[in-house]
Structures are given as structure tokens and as C-alpha cells.
Design a protein around this ligand. Structure first.
Ligand code: GLC
Length: 462
């Protein structure tokens, strides 16, 4: 074992001093410290040390790196996004009638799971219930029985989905929105407390159903614990009592990885949307969720353009080199079919993951700090993977020094590459003819990379 520890600051690997005290900061401070474009959601959630998973319990999720997000529900019939009910102020009674049309002729959870696997994903997260209140399972706790069991389909899709995930060797994730637009108490929790409490009861009953009836739930992905569309998720904590809610989850499923959007701080942090990720390595477990399509909507809309392959890979790599996971969303249509163009793109991504996955799965971001738009790195044991986004600029650089000996330097998919160690760092000679979204060079070291964050962060708020 090496005695010394190293950390990276401003692009340089440095010897680690004493681990500082737990540092409280806002998301804005973190952004500015890392010069980052991250936009963490729901910071400042209620803290409860007993609820948070330890490093060992979170390891599988951090190793998995890549998952499929699925937004699918009644709104997929309308094709105007999952917010159609609210945006268009569709009256509850009218919206509820859509259940009579919900008969997805081509729903096949095994096909979804197969596509996720083909894309190189390791987990899935399905919107078991979005803000419109429609539940994709046989839910006794659903207010007014607004469920897929009582729809034209008469099916429990969560049951089929959870089985399919497990059958495909994927971890099972469920998205659940505590809030529900059908409750006037959501919009006026102080004026209509009884109605708000009815909504809360529904959330507790339904979360209990989800975590107790479908075997092990690996990920619980909340969204929408704010109230009256004001503030963030932690602002609704007085109503939801998220510690109590998640204690119940832990009772059934002690190892469930829980996101921060219930008002409790959660096991990891979320950056949402299609914006590019820049800046330093993020020293907390985090996930970027975004759409494979335009991002105008998470639920299906017709002819939504799909991200270009190169853009998708660069987006993902920009997350991996900053130590994050990617949760990539698709919106199946009302029949349960994932649009062909999105499916094709996912398969292309899968081919890339198949070829280069060694530089992604089970790696961590580092030890070199990313240089925006030029390169960054991931590592596992005694290998460093340089992900080069701009070969021309990279060729001008010298990498910071590392303490280990470099036994080999070469393209992950090919030849050896010449390098020299100078007094100040490492100079790698690469040709910049190859136009790839990500050129990967592997450095094989004589000893494992030891990279540890000095920052030990907890968030106080925005
Ligand atoms: C936003 C959207 C919501 C979607 C979620 C996914 O919160 O409002 O509809 O489900 O992002 O992260």
C-alpha cells in the first residue's frame, strides 16, 4: 500500500494533506469553486445521517455509470409532453378520461430492457407515477383509483417492467412524484391542509406499495416534492416529512439508492437537462439526467429530433470524466414503443460502450482535472484513461506529473503512443487526424492510481 495520497487541484496532482472537516457550502459556491456548469437540483434537503448509504452500498451505482430513464404515462397519448395537463389547464375529470384510451398495443417491457442493455446501460428508471397522478401499477392507494389497472389496458406495468429489468440483469429504478396536480391542496397547502394531507397519504401509501410489492427496488427517483410550484423540493419538507417517508423505504429495501428530490438530501445529487457539463471533477456522487431527444419534453412528442451521435458521446464523456453517472431519457409513444430514431441512436451508443466501456464502467473521474473541450480522464486501479475531445489542442499540452511509473501508453483501440516524462509533467505525442468524438488513450502504471478528494462537502442550500 502506498503511504501517500494525492489529490488534484487546478490540473495538478498534489500530495494530500489532512482531510479537512466536513465543509458546508451552497451549490453556487461549488459551481464557482469548480468553474462548473452543473446545476444541482434540490440542494439543502433535510439531513439525516442514519439514512444516507455508505460508500460500499453506493458502489454498484457509481460503477454502473449509465442508465435509461423512461417517461411514459397518459400524457404519451397527447404527445405534448408530460406537463400537458398543467400547462394546458386540462380539468381533472377530462384528463382522467384519457385512462379509457390507454391501451398500449405494443408495450413490451422486455424490449425496453433489451434496448437498455444493447445501449450499454446498467439500470433503468421508469416513471411509475408522474405529476398527473396516473399510476402505472395496480395501486390500492391511488386517489380515485387512477391506475393502469383501471385503464383500458388493465395491466400492472410496474410488475412487468420490474420483472423485465431483472430478467435482463439490469438494476430496477422507479420514479415517483409525491405531488399530484389533481389535489387542490397541492396548490394551496396552507388554505386546504386536509386535502394536502390526503395527497400526502397517497404518497406514503403508494411509495410503500412500490417498495414492498415488487421485490428489491434498487433506485427510488423522486421528483416533485415542492408545493404549489414554488421553491425547490426541500421547501415542501414540512408537509412530506421526507425522513419519515424514506425511513419506511429503508425498512423494506435497506439498500435502495435514493435521489435528493424528496426533500431529504438523498444518496446522490442531480443535474438535469441538456446543457453541457464543464468545470472540475465533482467531489460528490452525482447523476446527469437528460433526454436523447431535443429536451423540449421528457414524455413523447412526435418527431422530436434525436441528439447526434458525436454530441451524445461527448456529453456522456463530459460527465464520466467529472465522476458522474448519465441517466438518458426516452419517451415511448402511447403504444409503448420507443421511437425508432432514438432506439437506433441508443444502439450506436451501445456499440461505442461495447468497444470502449473499459474506460467508463467501474472507473472514477480523475486523476487529471478536465480541461474543458480538450480532455479529461477516468481511472481504475493502475490504468488511467485519457478521454481526448480535441486532439489538436491536446497535442500542445503537457499533462501534470503523476507519482507512478508509466509502463505503457497507447490508444485503447490500437497502437502504442510515444510519450516523454519531463521535469514538469508528461508529454504525449498524438496525431490529430482521427476525427472521433472521443479519442481514448490508456496509461498503464506500475501501481494503482490513488486519488482522493480533499473536499468533504455537504450542501446548505441553493
Ligand atoms: C423536470 C420536469 C419533469 C421531469 C423531470 C425529469 O422536473 O418538470 O417533468 O419528469 O424534470 O428530471
Amino acid at each position: 500500500m502506498r503511504e501517500q495520497h494525492y489529490y488534484v487541484k487546478a490540473g495538478y496532482v498534489m500530495k494530500k494533506e489532512n482531510q479537512p472537516e466536513l465543509r458546508e457550502m451552497t451549490g453556487a459556491e461549488l459551481k464557482s469553486m469548480l468553474k462548473s456548469s452543473i446545476q444541482f437540483k434540490s440542494l439543502g434537503g433535510v439531513k439525516h445521517s442514519g439514512l444516507k448509504l455508505g460508500d460500499a452500498e453506493l458502489k454498484w451505482w457509481r460503477d454502473a455509470k449509465f442508465g435509461m430513464f423512461i417517461h411514459w404515462g397518459l400524457y404519451s397519448i397527447l404527445g405534448r409532453g408530460e406537463w400537458a395537463m398543467q400547462n394546458e389547464q386540462i380539468p381533472v375529470e377530462e384528463y382522467e378520461k384519457l385512462a379509457g384510451e390507454f391501451a398500449p398495443g405494443h408495450f413490451d417491457a422486455e424490449q425496453w430492457a433489451k434496448l437498455a442493455r444493447d445501449a450499454g446501460m446498467k439500470y433503468m428508471v421508469l416513471t411509475a407515477r408522474h405529476h398527473d397522478g396516473f399510476s402505472l401499477w395496480d395501486s390500492p392507494g391511488s386517489y380515485r383509483g387512477f391506475t393502469s389497472m383501471n385503464s383500458a389496458a388493465k395491466r400492472d406495468f410496474v410488475d412487468e417492467y420490474t420483472e423485465a429489468c431483472r430478467g435482463a440483469g439490469l438494476k430496477v429504478g422507479l420514479y415517483y412524484s409525491p405531488m399530484d396536480w389533481r389535489f387542490p391542496g397541492y396548490f394551496k397547502p396552507h388554505e386546504l391542509p386536509e386535502n394536502a394531507l390526503l395527497m400526502k397519504k397517497q404518497a406514503y401509501d403508494q411509495v410503500e406499495e412500490l417498495v414492498s410489492r415488487y421485490g428489491k427496488i434498487d433506485i427510488l427517483w423522486y421528483d416533485g416534492a415542492w408545493l404549489a410550484h414554488q421553491g425547490g423540493d426541500p421547501d415542501g419538507a414540512w408537509l412530506w416529512e421526507p425522513v419519515k417517508l424514506n425511513r419506511m423505504v429503508r425498512k423494506y429495501n435497506p439498500g435502495t439508492v435514493i435521489n435528493p428530490r424528496s426533500g431529504w438530501e438523498g444518496d446522490f445529487y442531480c443535474d438535469e437537462g441538456s446543457h453541457e457539463i464543464t468545470g472540475g471533477i465533482i467531489p460528490v456522487p452525482w447523476e446527469k439526467n437528460l433526454c436523447i431527444c431535443s429536451g423540449r419534453s421528457w414524455g413523447w412528442i412526435p418527431d422530436d429530433p434525436v441528439m447526434l451521435f458525436d454530441a451524445a458521446i461527448r456529453m456522456m464523456v463530459n460527465v464520466f470524466i467529472r465522476d458522474g453517472n448519465v441517466l438518458l431519457n426516452v419517451g415511448p409513444d402511447k403504444d409503448g414503443v420507443i421511437p425508432e430514431a432514438a432506439a437506433e441512436r441508443l444502439k450506436e451508443i451501445g456499440e461505442w460502450m461495447e468497444q470502449f466501456g473499459e474506460s467508463v464502467y467501474s472507473t472514477r473521474g480523475g486523476p487529471f482535472q478536465p480541461l474543458d473541450h480538450v480532455y479529461g480522464s477516468t481511472y481504475a486501479e493502475n490504468r488511467i484513461y485519457l478521454h481526448i475531445l480535441d486532439c489538436k489542442e491536446f497535442a500542445k499540452l503537457e499533462l501534470p506529473p503523476i507519482p507512478q511509473k508509466i509502463n505503457h501508453c497507447g490508444l485503447l483501440d490500437g497502437d502504442c503512443i510515444p510519450f516523454v516524462r519531463t521535469a514538469t509533467g508528461i508529454k504525449i505525442t498524438i496525431s490529430h487526424e482521427a476525427e472521433k468524438p472521443d479519442t481514448i488513450i490508456v496509461l498503464e502504471l506500475d501501481e494503482p492510481v490513488e486519488f482522493d478528494f480533499v473536499e468533504n462537502i455537504t450542501f446548505t442550500g441553493k
